[in-house]
Every structure is written in structure tokens, then in C-alpha cells.
Design a protein around this ligand. Structure first.
Ligand code: DC
Length: 230
């Protein structure tokens, strides 16, 4: 059976990654979390003091971009690939609130987007891929056979993210998580290069009131229909 390209875009904390990961596993496709790539560059910028509260030296980050090596390394025990930044596993560190705070700012930089979009296009050359992010159906794979755009209310998303962070042992306040979600929505959808928007041919998927099992079953049946068509 021919393989297709599946692009999953949407607002932050809509559960894109969880769903995309499950779908890829079920179909035997490769899964790529592009948010992890923007997060890893953000971590690099933070560690080098290129970004901090009230302070930015983004031109210095841009100069070093060619030296930043990003790689997804499969972890058979976990069943998914982890992000490596210059040969260091940074999977845990890139998921913290500190990184979430600065990532939209880094994702606005034209040269950062250019570097990561090129890498993402390359990863999808063979098809058989489920990629999630913000610009996958509009910029990375405008010809993807299946495009999904996920939405949910900011409150539903902040509640999910809050629980996730607490489970990981981070001490956070719900109001700060909600503020971060709303702020990222605004920056992600208003930036100059590749702003977050639904591709005209994407299927909209609002999961505010839907459990994971129902979401997965619905998405899988949509994907199977598209795969049969090719
Ligand atoms: O999916 P995520 O929340 O881990 O993504 C982190 C940030 O990276 C998000 O605020 C926007 C940015 N991003 C992007 O601009 N383009 C992508 N394809 C993926 C993520």
C-alpha cells in the first residue's frame, strides 16, 4: 500500500503530539515533533545567554545556527525518538516552562525557520510520515495528502498542560500556564514568517470535549480513508 504524508498543525497544548505519535505507531509511519526542534534551539539560546528576561542577542544566535546539530534518536524502551542537541539528550529540559516561555520568540526568527523547515522537508522525502507543528500543512508539506488542524479552548489546553507539568514535578500556577498558552497563541499566529494558520484544505478537529480514545479512533479512520485513496 502506498504511504502518504500526514501534517498535523494547531495551537499549543491541543494534544497534537500525543495523537500524532499514536497514529504514526498504528500506521507504522515515522513521527516527527517539530516543536521539539524549535525548543532545542531555544535551549541553546538560553544556555548561551542569547535570550533572557528583558535581554536578547538574537543576531549572535543566528551566527551560530550552522553549528547547532539537532537529531532525533529512537528510544526503543519509550517507543519514540528523543531530541539530541549537539549530541546531548535534551528531551526533558526542552519541555520545561522556562523553555516554553521563550520558544515563540525564537520561532519567529526567519533564519531559524529556514534551517528547521529544510531539515523537516528532508525527513519527509520518503513519505510515510506524521509530522506535527504549526506550519506543516502550509509551508513544510503544502502537498501533504492529509492535513489536520487541531483546536481546543485556551482553558481546556491550559488545564491539560498544567496537569502534565505537575505530573512531571514542576511547581507551576494554573494562571501562569494559561497566560503562556494565550501568549504563545498570539505570537504564533501573528508572526511575520509562517504564522500559524489553518491550510485551506485542512480538516479542522476541535477536541475541547473529546477524550483521547475518541480522538484517536476518529483520526485513524480519517487517515485510513485517505490512505485507501492513493
Ligand atoms: O508544539 P510545541 O508547543 O512543542 O511548540 C513549541 C513552540 O515552537 C510553539 O510555541 C511554536 C513553535 N513552533 C513553530 O513555530 N513551528 C512549528 N512547526 C512547531 C513549533
Amino acid at each position: 500500500m502506498s504511504k502518504i504524508t500526514i501534517a498535523i498543525d494547531g495551537f499549543s497544548s491541543t494534544g497534537k503530539s500525543t495523537l500524532a505519535k499514536q497514529l504514526a505507531k498504528e500506521l507504522g509511519y515515522v513521527y516527527v515533533d517539530t516543536g521539539a526542534m524549535y525548543r532545542a534551539i531555544t535551549l541553546f539560546a538560553m544556555r548561551n545567554n542569547f535570550i533572557a528576561d528583558g535581554e536578547e542577542r538574537l543576531e549572535d544566535l543566528v551566527k551560530l545556527l550552522p553549528k547547532i546539530k539537532l537529531r532525533f534518536v529512537p528510544n526503543p524502551e519509550l517507543g519514540f525518538a528523543e531530541m539530541y542537541l549537539n549530541n546531548e539528550n535534551v528531551e526533558k529540559e526542552i519541555r520545561t516552562m522556562r523553555v516554553s516561555k521563550y520558544v515563540s520568540r525564537i520561532a519567529e526568527i526567519e533564519q531559524v525557520r529556514f534551517k528547521l523547515v529544510e531539515m523537516q522537508k528532508d525527513m519527509g522525502k520518503e513519505k510515510g510520515i506524521v509530522m506535527d507543528g504549526r506550519d506543516i500543512g502550509t509551508v513544510v508539506f503544502p502537498d501533504a495528502e492529509l492535513k489536520v488542524f487541531m483546536t481546543a479552548s485556551p482553558q481546556a489546553r491550559a488545564t491539560r498542560r498544567y496537569k502534565e507539568l505537575l505530573d512531571r514535578g514542576e511547581e507551576v500556577l494554573y494562571k501562569d500556564v494559561l497566560e503562556n498558552v494565550e501568549k504563545r497563541d498570539f505570537i504564533d499566529s501573528h508572526r511575520e514568517f509562517s504564522p500559524l494558520r489553518k491550510a485551506d484544505d485542512a480538516i479542522e478537529f476541535d477536541n475541547s470535549d473529546m477524550g483521547l480514545k475518541e480522538q484517536f479512533e476518529r483520526l485513524l479512520s480519517i487517515a485510513e480513508r485517505y490512505i485507501e485513496k492513493v
